[in-house]
Design a protein around this ligand. Structure first.
Ligand code: NAD
Length: 342
């Protein structure tokens, strides 16, 4: 497939590689950074374009990947959807409900096809976990316990670089950016939420909007409880994502916040726990993680089926993240707002 890239940063390079690995071609790229465009052109042998030329490329593409900072997307979304070209949009879809609703309005107006890049949802180890949960062997959810702590952006306030993440004008913090993944992983297994309580904090005094530690507790609609403990500034990289049900439990664990290495489960009928080991690493094979998502995107396009991570999931994740932030800021448990059918 022919793909046009809007955004040529770190994750965009993995997107480009996934497209090529699937037998496709990056037909062009746009970014505000000449340095990143140069890196992109030299790796993919594609042309770059000016802002005014973006739509000339969009109309030639089978789909467009948008991986700009989440506050810098609205104009690009319109340039893509108005030509009825499908869009792979990185998470989080936006940082405010106002922007998210503008994207939804454009998607409605142009009957736009948008898949949100919740890449971890498409990884083999999580797919296996979801498949086992969906059999019902662990019963109804009781407690969804997620913990993912590791070095990351802002670790010891050192690796700030010139990233949008720690730019005071663009920052949204990990509760919006990174926890968006966890909302999708949890809701796919256990459904949506009613209430959220959260405390977040950041370790970079000069950028208070950049939270890099968050501690969230939730009440799911079906009565289960859940927790998400997340850090981008912890010295010991570790993760554990657990579904504890009425008949059994299953844990996905690894040594890094998105390392999916061991899947361990036990039900009341099993004498011992069983474990499957996966080579499903984000730190060592980010490209593979993004590849699985493009593979699913292209399959849905070819078969005319719905995306499993549609725009509605991206908006739901933002609702949950913003509710968590509001809870921390007001020191109250927040009922998830009803934004209607998204
Ligand atoms: N799905 C995943 O696993 C995953 C992983 C990493 C990042 N992401 C998401 O991808 C997005 C980008 O993250 P990244 O790590 O690639 O960041 P990055 O800083 O490496 O890249 C962002 C790029 O956007 C460009 N840019 C900034 N403002 C722009 C504008 N107005 N118009 C066009 N280009 C602009 C920058 O020059 C840069 O090249 C974020 O939303 C992030 O959350 C997703």
């Amino acid at each position: 497939m022919k793909v046009f890239m809007i955004g040529a940063g770190d994750i965009a390079r993995h997107h480009g590689r996934a497209v090529v690995r699937l037998g496709g071609e990056v037909i062009g790229v746009y970014d505000v950074s000449e340095k990143n465009l140069e890196i992109y052109r030299s790796e993919f042998g594609c042309l770059s374009c000016t802002y005014e030329e973006i739509e000339d490329y969009v109309v030639q593409a089978d789909y467009v990947v948008i991986s700009t900072p989440p506050t810098k997307r609205l104009d690009y979304v319109e340039m893509v959807l108005k030509h009825h070209v499908a869009c792979y949009m990185e998470k989080p879809v936006a940082c405010t409900m106002e922007d998210a609703m503008k994207i939804k309005a454009m998607a409605d107006k142009f009957d736009g096809k948008i898949m949100v890049g919740f890449a971890h949802y498409y990884r083999p180890a999580y797919r296996k976990m979801l498949e086992l949960v969906k059999t019902g062997m662990f019963g109804e959810p009781v407690d969804i316990a997620f913990s993912r702590l590791s070095p990351g952006f802002g670790f010891h306030a050192k690796n700030l670089g010139a990233s949008w993440r720690t730019d005071p004008d663009l920052a949204c913090g990990m509760t919006v950016e990174s926890v968006s993944h966890d909302w999708k992983l949890i809701t796919a297994m256990a459904g949506g939420f009613d209430t959220i309580a959260c405390n977040y904090t950041g370790t970079i005094a000069s950028v208070p909007k950049f939270d890099n530690h968050t501690s969230i507790t939730i009440r799911l609609r079906n009565g289960a409880i859940g927790t998400i403990a997340a850090s981008w500034a912890c010295d010991i990289p570790t993760c554990s994502r657990a579904y504890i049900g009425t008949k059994g439990s299953i844990f996905l664990t690894g040594e890094g916040m998105f390392e999916f290495t061991k899947l361990t489960w036990k039900t009341e009928d099993m004498p011992y726990a069983e474990t499957l080991t996966f080579n499903d690493s984000y730190d060592h094979a980010t490209g593979d993680v993004i590849f699985y998502a493009h593979e699913a995107f292209q399959k849905a396009m070819r078969e005319g089926t719905e995306f499993e991570t549609p725009l509605a999931d991206g908006i739901s994740a933002l609702i949950y993240s913003l509710a968590a932030k509001e809870s921390s800021e007001r020191q109250k448990t927040v009922r998830v707002p009803d934004w209607g059918e998204v």
